[in-house]
Ligand binder design. Structure first.
Ligand code: SF4
Length: 418
């Protein structure tokens, strides 16, 4: 008779260590994105970023086999763990207490999507009703999860998310074979509908949803990503799209025939995507503005707002004493905060370059695009071929150590998901 050797169950401490590794595949907050400094450096700052929160997982062994994920079933993993809803609820409440800002509850797909979603719903119920947790709670929705289970989860969560992952539907077949457009977009639509219904009926439900989108997984250009993000914000009222870099360093079991090549999407591309996203969501730019059809990739050496200004030099210089808010925020180096400061000062006196310096507005970049009372301090830049060079020299240097492995730019209309 052969004997069955059961794997040793992990202790709570060992589970937490393993969860930290799994958390790397999940971007769930602005601070995870680690690009805040770069956004600020280029004057494309948004609202204050929420603090980083701990991520706790119900289970790590997934029945799906996404090529990029550490939890995929094709991976021979020794430290797989699974929690009961009660165990997960206690771990999550404890972690939230230590962090003070909230907690994110997620999971790999354990057995199937609905079963996992039911366990997540029960975990968040215990957190709220039995452990009386009142802080911020972000809960994951599984691909293809039933609408009723989403409703049950959302009753206890503040935020829900389902990850879209790829920018082109063909990408699912290439790197996430069990996922498809329907099992991602249907839960996303359900969440959006539930949020709206709850708002009208004044019942308790999550108030926002986010998603994660990987760049570089299908050789897509940035125009494809920006167009998709804009559509997601509009159609499903997403709070945020988080961008993450597709990495494929080792051959994944089950993908031997897919011709997947070694891919390391560089850090600078994520930084530029976050900047372009801010321009879409807060500055009134369109995907065409940041990634026009004849220039569909964001650039490593120049931020997307400065790149847009270079394509529209006929609009510059603008007079800071008369320009409206929307014009001011399109000036490279002047963001929402600085535009508000300029307009506030204008009520009392004429704005000069010295006043801009006193307001801490970085003239290094914006001086090429403005006049103050008719005075221009940008030298011969406006008429110079070197303006792009001046701008790149005052932008924050992005990491260029990694190489971009992306295929040919694709035809947007034929491949975009929405
Ligand atoms: S479904 Fe999620 S957890 Fe499972 S392999 Fe894919 S990305 Fe990983």
């Amino acid at each position: 008779m052969s004997s069955i050797i059961l794997p040793k169950a992990l202790s709570p401490e060992e589970k937490i260590v393993a969860m930290r590794e799994d958390a790397k595949f999940e971007v769930a907050s602005d601070s995870d994105a680690e690009n805040t400094a770069l956004l600020c450096a280029d004057g494309i700052k948004g609202k204050a970023s929420p603090p980083k929160i701990p991520k706790l997982f119900l289970a790590s062994g997934c029945v799906f086999n996404c090529a990029y994920c550490g939890c995929r079933c094709g991976r021979d993993r020794k430290d797989n763990y699974c929690n009961t809803p009660r165990e997960l609820a206690s771990l999550a409440v404890e972690a939230a207490k230590n962090n003070g800002h909230g907690v994110f509850v997620s999971s790999a797909i354990y057995k199937n999507a609905d079963y996992t979603q039911e366990l997540i719903a029960e975990s968040v119920r215990i957190m709220r009703e039995e452990l009386l947790y009142t802080g911020f709670l972000h809960a994951k929705v599984m691909p293809g999860a039933d609408s009723l289970l989403i409703a049950r989860t959302g009753k206890y969560a503040d935020r829900l998310s389902v990850n879209i992952e790829v920018a082109q539907s063909s990408g699912y077949n290439r790197i996430a074979k069990q996922k498809n457009k329907d099992n991602i977009l249907t839960p996303m639509r359900d969440i959006s509908d539930h949020i709206l219904e709850a708002k009208y009926e004044r019942v308790k439900f999550a108030t926002s949803q986010t998603t994660q989108l990987m760049a570089g997984s299908t050789g897509e250009d940035d125009r494809t990503i920006m167009t998709l993000s804009k559509a997601l914000y509009r159609k499903y009222r997403l709070k945020r799209v988080y961008y993450t870099a597709f990495q494929y360093r080792h051959e994944a079991k089950g993908y031997e025939n897919e011709n997947l090549t070694y891919t390391v999407t560089p850090y600078w591309r994520m930084a530029r995507l976050y900047q372009a996203d801010r321009l879409l969501t807060l500055y009134g730019f369109t995907p065409d503005d940041v990634t026009p059809a004849d220039d569909p990739f964001l650039r490593e050496d120049i931020d997307p707002k400065a790149a847009w200004a270079l394509r529209h030099m006929d609009m510059y210089p603008v007079e800071v004493n008369t320009a409206d808010f929307d014009t001011l925020i399109r000036v490279p180096g002047i963001g929402i905060t600085y535009a508000n400061r300029i307009i506030a000062v204008r009520r009392h006196c004429a704005v000069t370059h010295d006043i801009l310096r006193k307001l801490n507005i970085p003239l290094k970049k914006c001086r090429y695009f403005i006049t103050c009372g008719g005075r221009y301090e940008g030298g011969d830049a406006l008429f110079s071929e070197n303006l792009r060079g001046y701008l790149t020299s005052c932008g924050k240097q992005l990491s260029i150590s990694d190489s971009l492995s992306a295929g040919e730019p694709s035809t947007l209309e034929s491949k975009i998901l929405l």
